[in-house]
Write a protein of this length. Structure first.
Ligand SMILES: O=P(O)(O)OC[C@@H](O)[C@@H](O)c1c[nH]c2ccccc12
Length: 234
């Protein structure tokens, strides 16, 4: 559980944080009759370096889901939720998270700084999501954080398709935070899109719905590998 989330992601042949999420923002079921154990096993077989677990109620998640995934795998886990308190950070650690989502848009600057500090003290990697250049410029302790561009809009409840041009445009601002791990998150619909974001310079991706609704995960991965310019593991 203390595994280094960012290092695992950066070192991976397929730097994709694969997400366990019960429902999308519109309430659509995503596990499709599979058990959580089956989904985690499929992600491990696909070479996932890290797993994201959505505990937010909005997406049908619970804290118990994080504990369940932690019992199934030793991969570093990201807790995805709307974390606003230090208590939630401590709890995330207890439940087995290695990294925790902090959403810049939802947190006042002082709160984001305080939560980032506490996360680092607890040995959790802050996974800070930004949606514009101003948010990126304000990321505290950027060199110790994973900084992710969220392609979807939190202001509209993460509904809709997302804006995949946002990420590459924001990449210079994300790099300026000092992070060694720039991630593109949300709304990545297919293997070609995913490959294009890595070719555009992202170190990693976070994908939930696209993987969970893929007819065949091995086929998705094979298409992803083929679509990458330098092949997997450049
Ligand atoms: O399923 P997608 O579109 O690949 O997105 C994954 C992830 O980014 C999304 O689940 C998410 C984005 N922000 C969140 C905040 C809380 C919980 C979950 C999320």
């Amino acid at each position: 559980m203390s595994a280094d989330f960012a290092a695992a992601l950066r070192a991976a042949a397929r730097p994709v944080v694969m997400e366990v999420k019960r429902q999308d923002a519109d309430g659509r079921e995503l596990l499709g009759g599979r058990t959580v154990a089956e989904v985690v096993a499929a992600y491990e077989a696909a070479g996932a370096p890290c797993v994201s677990v959505v505990t937010g109620r909005w997406f049908g998640g619970t804290e118990a889901l994080l504990a369940e995934v932690a019992a199934l795998t030793s991969l570093p886990l990201l807790r995805k939720d709307f974390v606003t308190s230090r208590g939630q950070l401590r709890r995330s650690r207890e439940l087995g998270a290695s990294a925790v989502l902090l959403t810049a848009r939802l947190l006042a600057a002082g709160t984001l700084e305080r939560l980032t500090e506490t996360a680092l003290e607890l040995g959790l990697t802050p996974f800070v999501e930004v949606a514009d250049a101003a948010e990126a410029a304000a990321v505290p302790y950027g060199e110790s954080c994973v900084v992710a561009v969220n392609n979807k809009d939190i202001a509209t409840g993460e509904r809709g398709a997302g804006d995949l041009t946002r990420g590459p445009a924001l990449l210079p601002a994300v790099r300026a935070t000092g992070t060694g791990c720039a991630v593109s998150a949300s709304g990545i619909d297919g293997p070609r899109t995913a490959a294009g974001l890595l070719d555009a310079g992202f170190d990693g991706l976070l994908i939930g719905t696209g993987l969970l609704t893929a007819g065949s995960l091995p086929e998705w991965i094979a298409r992803f590998d083929r679509a990458r310019k330098g092949g997997p593991g450049r």
